[in-house]
Design a protein around this ligand. Structure first.
Ligand SMILES: *Cc1c(COP(=O)(O)O)cnc(C)c1O
Length: 401
């Protein structure tokens, strides 16, 4: 009999095999055992044919990768610790010193900060293009352009670009395009089949997704995914991902797996309440503009309708308002503070509604012609009753006079 210290580690008990239940097991590991040295030398992690190390994948992460691939219509998926890490992985895998990357001017803010910070330090140039003007994008493609970012809709100003035209420009120039698909979530449109029925499919090359938002659904997980349909591109991303040491925790992967079955139900409910509130805001006197792609007056409405459906379509759970210029920033801040159900916080996709004032003049190269001037507030609509949220907006507006 060995010492208790050893027996507690090398314990003979094995639970019975054949445990089957609705949710997959949670496998947590850094070390993975090999049956013998020959197997250790032979096992290959790159094609997922075996397990070699926790960072290279576990049954839990492989299962999540497969489901996310199915959701977005891709065949290969990498998991990373945040949505921003997904964006960074794509940049680092595809760009070298001297290259240029194109980014929409309404892109997710930290994506622009990464370009202006680390990418610039490493000699990678970036240019911002007008998301609403394909001619501007075309004019900014140069022989040095090696990557193009796309986003539909913009996550603060909600303009909906002509995504198909943008992707066609990338294809014509032979530049890979990566879509930040957090808003669409794989539900509003299919990033790898933008015009269903068309052969070959019109597709982005890479779809990144902040799983932090709708897939997690709880406001309690940070995670991102990088999805492709191209094995060669996937391997380029995967090697960079491995060398950077990016991995996700098993418990977090489990949280996302647990939330995925209700994803489309939640997305539809967020969408329905958001439309109701955006319509209500549009009738109010306080606002110069309401930004929500399903509103006919909102920038890019026709492009949204063409991509996301001529019927009800899908439009996620975000909308923004621009207050009339007679409201000072202090009044708009007081409005945000007066809200009770809406919490002041970043992110979206959880059960609680959120509000955030944004200072657009610090975020854009220039004030876009399609946006009114005034203080902008973005709402992320949760799963509360829309009537209660509307009453909350009303009481907060009434306090700001
Ligand atoms: C939140 C978000 C991200 C980043 O996700 P994190 O997990 O918070 O890093 C990227 N893109 C968009 C559009 C987002 O909304």
């Amino acid at each position: 009999m060995a010492d208790i210290t050893t027996n507690l580690i090398h314990h003979p008990y094995q639970p019975p095999s054949g445990f089957a239940a609705p949710q997959p097991g949670v496998f947590k590991a850094s070390t993975v055992f090999f049956p013998n040295v020959a197997a250790m030398r032979q096992f290959e992690w790159k094609d997922k044919s075996a397990y070699t190390y926790g960072l290279h994948g576990t049954p839990t992460t492989y299962t999540l990768e497969e489901r996310l691939g199915t959701l977005e219509g891709g065949t290969q998926c990498l998991l990373v610790p945040s949505g921003l890490a997904a964006i960074a992985t794509v940049n680092l895998a595809l760009l070298r010193s001297g290259d240029e990357v194109l980014i929409p001017d309404n892109a997710y803010g930290p994506s622009k900060a990464l370009a202006e910070g680390e990418l610039a330090h490493w000699g990678i140039r970036h240019r911002y293009f007008d998301p609403m003007d394909p001619a501007d994008l075309a004019a900014k493609i140069s022989p040095q352009t090696r990557l193009m970012w796309l986003e539909a809709a913009g996550s603060v100003t909600l303009e909906f670009p002509d995504l198909c035209a943008q992707v066609r420009l990338c294809k014509a120039a032979g530049v890979p395009c990566a879509l930040d698909n957090t808003w669409g979530a794989g539900l509003a449109f299919k990033p790898f089949d933008l015009q269903p029925g068309q052969l070959p499919p019109l597709a982005v090359d890479i779809s990144v997704h902040a799983l932090t938002k709708y897939p997690s659904g709880g406001g309690d997980v940070l995670m991102g995914s990088v999805i492709t349909t191209d094995q060669r591109l996937h391997m380029q991303l995967k090697l960079c991902h491995m060398r950077l040491g990016l991995g996700v925790a098993a418990n977090d992967a489990e949280s996302v797996l647990r939330a995925l079955p209700s994803l489309s139900l939640r997305y539809r409910q967020h969408d329905e309440s958001t439309r109701a509130l955006a319509h209500w805001c549009q009738k109010r006197d306080e606002f110069a503009q309401v930004l929500h792609p399903a509103l006919p007056q909102s920038p890019g409405h026709a492009q949204w309708q063409a991509l996301c459906g001529t019927g009800l379509g899908a439009a996620a759970g975000l909308f923004s308002v621009i207050f009339k210029p007679d409201y000072s920033q202090a009044q708009v801040d007081a409005f945000c503070d007066a809200l009770q159900l809406f919490k002041i916080g970043y992110s979206w996709g959880g059960p609680m509604s959120l509000v955030m004032p944004y200072q657009l003049d610090t975020m854009r190269s220039k004030w876009p012609a399609h946006l009114e001037r005034g203080a902008l507030v973005r709402f992320s609509i949760g799963l509360e009753s829309a009537a209660d949220l509307q009453n909350d907006l009303l009481q907060a507006l009434q306090q700001v006079v």
